[in-house]
Design a binder for this molecule. Structure first.
Ligand code: ZN
Length: 358
């Protein structure tokens, strides 16, 4: 059985300008040619696996894809095989506008290639610039590498959040070849602190909106239900805990949006917040039920709902579903409003005044 290197195309082999249908737009990414050459010389089959939903979206045709691929192969080839997924359920062009098992993060293309070409997946590697690539390689059982070309640089810090804290991150395909083809290291003496225990990865505490939106695309694409909760969380109390746990139980992934210092001041007056946003965010991020935290500055969560498109918008029991200010926006994006948490009233404001009187 052969070993293979599976490679993503856009952002890994050639520059990613989005929906490339023009062979004259092909620009080689640094290190790709040298990396592929070294791996090919070492006996690895070169297999391109690429999502090309531009076909289902009607942005370009299959023949345009083939022309771009020919131009890519002229620069970087020869390739042993090319697998492309043209599907997208929300696309407009038949027969590609349907669910499939090949669109990454699903591993269909890799598994098919293994069968077609007789590839030993456990001895193979996969290279890409996105979390979808990494998820597909993991699912297929090949050794994944994230390259810092294309979107890789911005995706690298998100690996831990996505459950891939141990994926190797390298500059480009040349470095992949260097790592894969390096002679195995000499066995090291067992010394304290190198017990092979996984090193805890500290994930970023607060994500900006664009970064979070990208992550939630991945969450949705693997079928997870996304819940959005929001609040000031100025002085934590048990009502907050019950609200967040209730929110989390409405889905699989809980995003908490925290009011900025300025927006707390606007809502609650001078003297608030007591704690700065970065500290409030750090505490909320430490909750077991919370997956992602972001800070927002607007008076309501309407813009956040449009940007993040959660399946569920969870509000506390101080709201009635019909009075939730974001209800029309939730309806517009197809999100359900859920009222969750403890029916008893707890409040940071009364806690603050009691503390002041103490
Ligand atoms: Zn497909």
């Amino acid at each position: 059985m052969r070993r293979a290197v599976f490679v993503d195309r856009d952002g890994t082999l050639i520059e990613d300008f989005g929906y490339l249908g023009d062979p004259d737009g092909v620009r080689e990414i640094r290190g790709a040619r040298e990396g592929l050459h070294a791996l090919r010389e070492a006996g690895y089959a070169i297999v391109v696996v690429t999502n090309q939903s531009g076909v289902a979206r009607g942005v370009f045709r299959e023949s345009d894809f083939r022309a771009v691929m020919e131009s890519t192969e002229h620069l970087l080839g020869p390739f042993d095989a090319v697998y492309a997924c043209f599907h997208l359920p929300e696309g407009t062009v038949a027969p590609w506008n349907r669910e499939c098992d090949c669109r990454k993060p699903l591993p269909g293309m890799i598994l098919r290639a293994a069968e077609d070409l007789g590839i030993d997946l456990a001895a193979s590697v996969g290279v890409g610039d996105s979390i979808r690539d990494i998820a597909a390689y993991r699912a297929a059982g090949v050794r994944p590498f994230l390259v810092r070309t294309g979107n890789g640089r911005e995706n690298a810090p998100l690996l831990a959040w996505q459950g891939f804290p141990d994926v190797e991150v390298v500059d480009d395909l040349r470095e992949v070849a260097g790592v894969v083809l390096a002679p195995p290291p000499e066995p090291q003496d067992e010394s304290p602190g190198t017990s092979g225990e996984p090193v805890p990865v500290s994930a970023p505490v607060v994500l900006d909106r664009a970064e979070l939106a990208r992550l939630l695309d991945v969450e949705r694409s693997v079928g997870r239900t996304v819940v959005l909760a929001n609040g000031c969380f100025d002085l934590l109390h048990v009502g907050h805990v019950r609200y967040l746990e209730g929110a989390r139980s409405e889905g699989d992934v809980l995003v908490v949006a925290i009011n900025s210092d300025e927006s707390v001041r606007r809502n609650k007056g001078e003297g608030r917040p007591i704690l700065p946003a970065a500290e409030r965010a750090e505490m909320i991020a430490a909750f077991r039920c919370v997956d992602y935290v972001t800070i927002f500055d607007e008076p309501t969560a309407d813009d956040l709902l449009r940007a993040l498109r959660p399946h569920v918008h969870a509000k506390g029991t101080d709201w009635r579903a019909e009075d939730v200010p974001e209800a029309p926006t939730a309806r517009e994006i197809g999100a359900r409003v859920a009222i969750v948490g403890d029916a008893k009233t707890h409040s940071s404001s009364s806690l603050a005044s009691r503390a002041r009187g103490a």
